[in-house]
Design a binder for this molecule. Structure first.
Ligand code: SF4
Length: 406
């Protein structure tokens, strides 16, 4: 019902172009830490899934007033499991149904296996202009623990193929804080990653979540979790190392060469609305955070049949794949808290005072005066006339800082 109420308001297009996330929930194999909505062995569903994405793009574009898009992000799962023709078909559908601004950032996540220069050339031709490669580690023991099927040599070949395919804008994802990882091993991964000169680096602290094989191994004592102080040392080491290599630490977990920040993710952190396509994909529109059904099978049948089986109260123009149980209409207090939490993740930009006041009709201090004074006193935020940012010492305990705004 909340979705229905919110979606019946006029879409607010005054926020500028939107972003669009496209979820590809297929992987060749499952990594041991993965709890994402993705499936191995479901490849036979991919052609119907691509059909459904094209149909859903038409429905969602119609429902949101065919907005302009300035970023598109193919995430997963493993989007590079799609053929170049399938990617081209989806981009053609998006181009037909939305207005895509000149120079829009179109990112595709790729695994270092099953790709070559011809593949990247073809998807570059289809319109993709940014690649995010899942590198994770240079050390074979880490890769084995994660059940990653590539070696560092495969990753180097994939980077060569990305460049030969016409991409100069690519990023690498790396994981630190893994069981048995040492600081030397992490330093070696970072050094080898920097040697490849990516425009962007995302460093993720390994999260051992319930439902993953790694969680069970830790619970049964087969694998020992890494000491959190050592993981913190790895983060600080990376921060110094990447700064020395000329990368800007623009978000808590992300570093980039100047002007190579991921515009799609910056859009999220600025709390701008974005649409979503695909099974289990999450969007944010008209102050509603919503998600599609997880099951790719169910998603395909709901979209292709244009059924409204989940909640007959959902308005006609919303995707038929939205799961009413995953829809949350945010209150003003939720919206303010999100603005603080997401904005503080952007380490240089922070929360911009004028944006906050324009969105909520009053200065920051009206809502968070005591919290900000306390955090400033403890050296965890820096405050000036234009913005609030996290201090360096707060980056490792950002989640504790964020609690003050909830
Ligand atoms: S490749 Fe990514 S999405 Fe697929 S199983 Fe591994 S971590 Fe999960």
């Amino acid at each position: 019902l909340l979705v229905a109420q919110a979606a019946m308001t006029t879409p607010n297009t005054s926020t500028g172009p939107l972003s669009l996330y496209v979820h590809i929930p297929f992987c060749h194999t499952r990594c041991t830490y993965c709890v994402f909505n993705t499936y191995a062995g479901l490849e036979s569903l991919i052609p119907a899934y691509v059909d459904a994405l094209c149909v859903e793009s038409e429905i969602v574009a119609g429902g949101s007033g065919s907005p302009e898009l300035h970023t598109i992000y193919f995430g997963g799962g493993t989007p590079s499991i799609l053929t170049p023709d399938q990617i081209a078909r989806i981009i053609l559908a998006l181009t037909t149904n939305f207005r895509i601004v000149d120079g829009a950032e179109i990112t595709l996540e790729a695994n270092p296996t099953h790709v070559n220069a011809a593949y990247f050339r073809a998807i570059r031709h289809a319109g993709v202009n940014r690649i995010s490669l899942g590198a994770q580690s240079a050390h074979p023991d880490d890769l084995r623990l994660f059940n990653r099927r590539h070696s560092w040599t495969d990753l180097v070949h994939a980077v060569d193929a990305v460049r030969a395919g016409g991409f100069d804008n690519f990023g690498l994802d790396l994981i630190y804080g893994a069981p048995r990882q040492t600081i030397q091993r992490w330093a070696d991964t970072l050094r080898r990653a920097v040697e490849l000169e990516p425009a962007h680096l995302s460093l993720y602290s390994l999260s051992i979540d319930e439902g993953s094989p790694l969680y069970d191994w830790v619970a049964s004592g087969k694998v020992k979790e890494l000491d959190s102080d050592l993981a913190a040392d790895m983060y600080n080491y990376a921060s110094d190392c990447l700064e020395a290599a000329g990368y800007i630490h623009y978000e808590i977990s992300n570093w980039a060469k100047r002007d190579s920040e991921c515009s799609h993710n910056v859009h999220y952190w600025r709390r701008k609305p974005f649409l979503a396509l695909g099974a289990g994909a999450y969007g944010f529109f008209d102050e509603v955070r919503y998600g599609n059904v997880d099951s790719p099978d169910r998603y395909v049948s709901l979209v292709l049949d244009r059924q409204r089986g989940i909640d007959p109260q959902l308005p006609e123009h919303l995707s038929p794949a939205v799961d009413a149980a995953k829809a949350d209409h945010l209150s003003d207090a939720d919206a303010r808290a999100e603005t603080m939490i997401l904005g503080l993740r952007l380490l240089e930009e922070g929360v911009v005072r004028s944006d906050f006041a324009a969105a909520f009709g009053a200065p920051l201090e009206e809502f968070y005066g005591n919290e900000l004074a306390d955090l400033q006193c403890r050296g965890l935020v820096a405050v000036d006339d234009t913005r609030i940012v996290l201090t360096k010492q707060a980056r490792l305990i950002a989640n504790l800082v964020f609690k003050d705004f909830v």
